[in-house]
Design a protein around this ligand. Structure first.
Ligand code: 5AD
Ligand code: SF4
Length: 440
């Protein structure tokens, strides 16, 4: 018999994408081989997100699609947030599923798979009360230049719209030595950009005797030789501390970008969301960022149509967009999530109204971004080149601010630029990207 093969499909956020990289690393270490289609695979896994969309529906429809093949000895598994949220209900709705495992239990994957091989029909890993973080000796990375590094998992906040505390469990910080070892190994392997990941990175607390806080960790990571850019996501405004801005000012390796989700511009809505800050407190932190010695790009997440959001509340969110002048905004219609406190609030809005508000907000932000991006025309920016787009004949890269830059090269330049840092002269700007030419 040949090697066991697996197929893994991932839905959702960067944490999920990185979890999948770790799952792949774990399975490769177990002797599995990764294949590109479910048809070729012995083991078919879906790593799912349930933060917003009705992801569970998407997963069930995928499972349905391949149901007929289950008889042919294939093993189906559901991982991630939907697994954690739906638990054993998945077996009822999709009886051919053999494995249901949430992210807090991924360390047990080899054991769970061995039990299936030994003949068990259904196995689960659904514990949330773990102190472990998921570390794998071998992690395969999807991007050859930028690597994700988890520093904290789970979340102890109680934002009333959010399912994460139920799907990813309590906050667990990873020991600093382990983070530093991974970062040094990545730098030695040629990675120049690191993105530190966690639901709430700013509440990082080193559990080892060194006792580093997030700022110390940032400073230490940024000093690792070979690294050119260090990013981090996501920070909660409540713990976002002025020292983070100082650290960025002092070390140019810390990228010129902060993602600070605000969710709403209305104090009344922020209160109902239990975000633990007011608009004014949030704006004070934005001022720290804006008054830094080096310009720092600011992005955010916004939810429109939260239960009870009035037209006036919504207008306050729109005015916040003007006041801050974000470089990019991820905006979403409120979506009711299982177990969350917001489900029981009154004033749920019809979907069309949420859609209307979302469209207005996105159009406004598009104009803001176009204006902000246009200020870069005529300037030269440094980009980390990621890929070549044969369709447009342009290279694609990102600035330290995380802006996408599409650019062309003079005829003479034939060698691959991927992975290199180059200077680009910006000649055009759109709402979502800049365009230009390789600078001499
Ligand atoms: N509905 C809509 N958006 C949500 N988010 C989290 N939960 C919900 C929900 N129930 C958004 C928030 C968060 C981002 C990751 O997803 O804006 O910051
Ligand atoms: Fe969810 Fe709030 Fe935690 Fe972010 S901080 S993961 S929105 S509960």
């Amino acid at each position: 018999m040949g090697r066991k093969t697996f197929y893994l499909e991932t839905f959702g956020c960067q944490m999920n994408v990185h979890d999948s990289e770790k799952v792949v690393g774990t399975l490769l270490a177990q002797g599995y081989e990764q294949v590109d289609s479910p048809e070729e695979a012995d083991l078919i896994l879906y790593n799912t997100c349930s933060v917003r969309e009705k992801a569970e529906q998407k997963v069930y429809s995928r499972l349905q699609q391949f149901r007929r093949e289950a008889g042919a000895g294939k093993v189906f598994g559901v991982l991630g947030c939907v697994a954690q949220q739906e638990g054993e209900r998945i077996f009822e709705r999709a009886p051919h599923v053999a494995l249901v495992c949430g992210s807090a239990s991924y360390r047990r994957l080899p054991e769970l798979l061995a039990r299936i091989e030994a003949g068990e029909r259904r196995v689960t890993g659904l514990e949330l009360d773990t102190d472990e973080t998921f570390e794998t000796p071998l992690t395969r990375r999807d991007n050859p230049y930028r690597a994700y590094v988890t520093i904290i998992e789970g979340c102890d906040k109680h934002c009333t719209f959010c399912v994460v505390p139920f799907t990813r469990g309590r906050e667990r910080s990873r020991p600093s030595e382990s983070i530093m070892r991974e970062v040094r190994d990545l730098a030695a392997a040629g990675y120049t950009e690191i993105q530190l990941l966690g639901q709430n990175v700013s509440s990082y607390r080193d559990p080892s005797p060194a006792g580093w806080d997030f700022v110390t960790l940032l400073e230490q990571v940024a000093r690792v030789p070979g690294l050119r850019r260090v990013r981090f996501t996501t920070s909660h405004p409540r713990e976002f501390d002025r020292r983070i801005v100082r650290a960025i000012e002092e070390n140019p390796v810390l990228a010129n970008h902060v993602h600070l989700p605000v969710q709403s511009g209305s104090d009344r809505v922020l209160e109902r969301m239990q975000r633990q800050y007011t608009r004014a407190e949030y704006l004070e932190k934005i001022e720290w960022i804006k008054s830094a010695r080096r310009p720092i790009a600011i992005s955010t997440d916004i939810i429109v149509g939260f239960p009870g959001e009035t037209e006036e509340d919504f207008q306050q969110t729109l005015s916040l967009l003007d006041e801050v002048g974000y470089d990019s905004v991820f905006s979403f219609k409120y979506s009711p999530r299982p177990n969350t406190a917001a489900l029981t609030l009154d004033g749920h809005l019809p979907d069309e109204e949420k859609g209307r508000r979302l469209a207005i907000l996105q159009e406004k932000q598009r104009a803001i971004q176009l204006r902000r991006n246009s200020q870069w025309i005529g300037r030269t920016v440094e980009v980390l080149v990621e890929s070549f787009n044969p369709g447009t004949g342009q290279w694609v890269g990102r600035t330290s601010e995380n802006r996408v830059v599409n650019f062309t090269c003079p005829e003479g330049v034939k060698e691959s630029l991927a992975g290199r840092y180059v200077h680009v002269h910006v000649t055009r700007a759109g709402p979502n990207s800049l365009a230009g030419e390789l600078a001499a």
